[in-house]
Design a protein around this ligand. Structure first.
Ligand code: PEP
Ligand code: MN
Length: 362
């Protein structure tokens, strides 16, 4: 590109960066030249997509699965950009990947969840970005540790990157069945509170891990005032080389965008808006507490079965006193009154006994 083209492209990037909602879509991985181009054309046709994503280097949990097509896929993305006018974004995890992505004029870089967890890697990327003018999106770390996410933002910020955005892709949690990565909305909300001016994007694909709940996750994000979405889309999702279960076609994505209720920005006075945000935060937390309580009761039922098989009584006063005393001690550290902890734990205990009673005597 000559200097005028570069300037025009930079202006375009700035415009997209400020657009709301900002929509990013594209395959989990670039697989073939044809797959990249077909998907890009399908997305362009929707007229609603701003940026095309495609993984070039794939950080996979286990070796042996498809680890990305590598640098040879970058010209495919460049060709797709030329044909469609969409901006492009890829995940980078090493300085060499940063260099290659920039050589092939990738417009926006993103740091993946498996990289955000590692300050050494983030620092290497930050060092490679010094003096470079490119927007960077930072995914939340795999584990629910907000400080790691903040740390990554600080490292990239200290490297002089002006345009930093956040992607909420959910958190790995053991034994979670509903989501591939638990959204833990309260953590995302807290991050939004710390960086109110920063572009904040939701990734319903990696939260859901499946197609049937993509829309409801995306709607929830939009209701929480996210600035945009990044959704995995593939011309033939069932044949995708990675993350097949969660990908949808560009057409299905178009339908999904039509179904989302794009709530209008709250126009009332500022105070009201703040109150509304706190209320949403409360609703999310209550929702999660109920889910956790329900999990706790399921464990109680298993204990009930065990006790029944071994002829043990439901009530174990010593054990119960231990639980209560520990909770009162812990509660103090968290600023919760002894009175509240007693009431709360007694209520939970009674409900637990009721569940055990049911499995014992049914
Ligand atoms: C991806 O976007 O395909 C990806 C690997 O995501 P994450 O880093 O969120 O797991
Ligand atoms: Mn993926």
């Amino acid at each position: 590109m000559d200097t005028t083209d570069i300037a025009t492209q930079k202006e375009k990037i700035q415009k997209v960066w400020k657009k709301r909602p900002l929509i990013i879509a594209g395959p989990c991985s670039a697989e073939t030249e044809e797959q990249v181009m077909t998907t890009a054309l399908g997305l362009q046709k929707l007229g609603k997509v701003d940026v095309m994503r495609a993984g070039i280097w794939k950080p996979r949990t286990r070796p042996g699965s498809f680890e990305g097509i590598g640098t040879k896929g970058l010209p495919w993305l460049q060709a797709a950009k030329k044909a469609t006018g969409l901006l492009t974004t890829v995940e980078v995890a090493t300085p060499k990947q940063v260099e290659d992505a920039l050589t092939f004029e990738v417009d926006i870089l993103w740091i993946g969840a498996r990289t955000t967890v590692n300050p050494f890697s983030v620092q290497d990327i930050a060092d490679a970005l010094r003096g470079v003018d490119v927007p960077v999106l930072i995914k939340n770390p795999l584990n629910p540790d907000l400080e790691l996410w903040v740390g990554a933002v600080e490292r990239i910020d200290h490297a002089g990157i002006k345009d930093i955005g956040l992607i909420h892709r959910g958190f790995a949690s053991y034994g979670n069945t509903e989501y591939r990565n638990a959204p833990m909305w309260h953590l995302a909300i807290e991050m939004k509170r710390r960086y109110p001016e920063m572009l904040f994007i939701n990734d319903p694909s990696h939260i859901s891990g499946r197609r049937d709940i993509l829309l409801s996750v995306a709607q929830r994000a939009i209701d929480l005032d996210y600035d945009g979405l990044i959704v995995e889309t593939h011309c033939t999702p069932d044949k995708a080389w990675s993350d097949a279960k969660q990908q949808i076609t560009p057409e299905q994505f178009g339908k999904m965008l039509d179904e989302i209720v794009w709530r209008k920005e709250y126009k009332a006075n500022i105070d009201h808006q703040t109150l509304e945000k706190y209320r949403q935060q409360i609703n999310q937390l209550d929702d999660e507490m109920l889910q956790i309580l329900s999990q706790r009761m399921k464990v109680s039922e298993n204990i009930g079965i065990y006790k029944k098989e071994n002829g043990i009584t439901i009530l174990q006063p010593t054990r119960w006193n231990e639980i209560l005393e520990k909770a009162i001690e812990d509660g103090k550290k968290f600023g919760l009154s002894e009175e509240f902890i007693e009431k709360y734990f007694n209520a939970v205990h009674m409900e637990s006994i009721a569940h055990q009673n049911k499995v014992m005597n049914d």
